[in-house]
Design a protein around this ligand. Sequence first.
Ligand SMILES: Cc1ncc(COP(=O)(O)O)c(C=O)c1O
Length: 442
Amino acid sequence: MAKKKTKASAKKVVSKKATAPKKTSVKPAKIGHNSTSKTKELLELGRKYYTHAYKPREMILDRGKGAMVWDLDGNDYVDLGAGIAVSALGHHNDELLDALKNQAKKLWHTSNIFFTEPPVRLAEELVKSSKFAKRVFFTNSGGEANEAAIKIARKYAADKGRPPESRNIITFTGSFHGRTMATVTATAQPKYQHGFEPLPGGFRYCQFNDFEAIANMIDENTCAVMSEVVQGEGGITPVKPGFLKHVQDLCHKQDALLMLDQVQCGMMRTGKLFSHFAEPGVKPDIVTIAKALGGGIPIGAMLVGEKAENTFQYGSHGSTFGGNPLACSVARVVLKKIQSVEINTNVRERGKQLIAALKLINKQHGMFSEIRGRGLMIGAELKPQWHNKAGDISEIGRKNGVLLLQAGPNVLRFVPSLTITEKEMKEGIARLHKAIKVFLSQ
Ligand SMILES: Cc1ncc(COP(=O)(O)O)c(C=O)c1O
């Protein structure tokens, strides 16, 4: 990644063309002399006081509207990453702001020792819209939702009298389930596990989308299989048609739970409220969600079907903040809005627009070996000669006014807000195209 030119290049990014469309327009900030030194100061503080777990880009994001964000220096960016598939309704959504303000004036936090209205209502709404769940456990994040899933699977088997060695959980190569010790162990990618050994036991890894391998691996010692429907971090890889149904049939034979991690691919990201709705005959036992559910407020949830609905009993599990009334008030609005015809149509249309544009870029530059995904969860895999360059392209993208994500070192990942407008998408793609030309000219 080119680092040194950051500030000078960032200034050039300010684009008159790129003002957000009317519906979501915010006046770009003027570039002030003070803001530059403030940016510098904050970058230095961040470098000094953060652990090195992340390598944030060299700018300070300050505000947003729709699919646009602005940094402290007034540069604007088309956000094609939405905070890693989170800001489903875009930045600074008025309805979410109202929900947050209204609840903030009433009650912020009680813990789960008490009922409050927002989580109770949200639980009902999630159960009804899921078409399979009976109960919900609220968390603060996707990793925490998956921890709950792992624990419930183990206890489900324990309650059936199975000893610990018969409580294995199978996950798939290329998966990503979180960064806690159990979820990083569930994540069948050694790069996330390296250095954190000893890892918790009881996980088995199977080749993703391999019908035969999973049939050979599931046995009487399996208590659950956990899978994404579209793998996110692993490279935007959807399940093959019929794969989850096949896994489900195998699970049924062993009384193992089918657990679908929809932290990234759920909540209308793929064009369906729950991404397994596109998989005929699939009725999971557990689904985990987070990210888009809060539209930017931290919240996650584990949805539990009939089989394990009574597995957690008083004292089995807990979370101080999970199901916080502030977060749930916002999530209720998100859940309602993302089920609207308008958003559903937008996901489909913008997804098509993005794929068509990526194909056009590819026709010109021949960089991608595959463009794949569903709805607004799209990946463009780089050809072998550009392997390990997704990060460099993202950084050049930033300098050209577009925020991009990667999914591993070889895939550009596009997970913009579900409300991104045609105009915002067009501008984002134009900036991406420019970035690609810069990258290729280097
Ligand atoms: C599929 C999937 N599961 C779990 C997680 C972990 O979620 P969180 O970062 O909220 O803990 C992620 C995060 O990227 C994810 O993509």
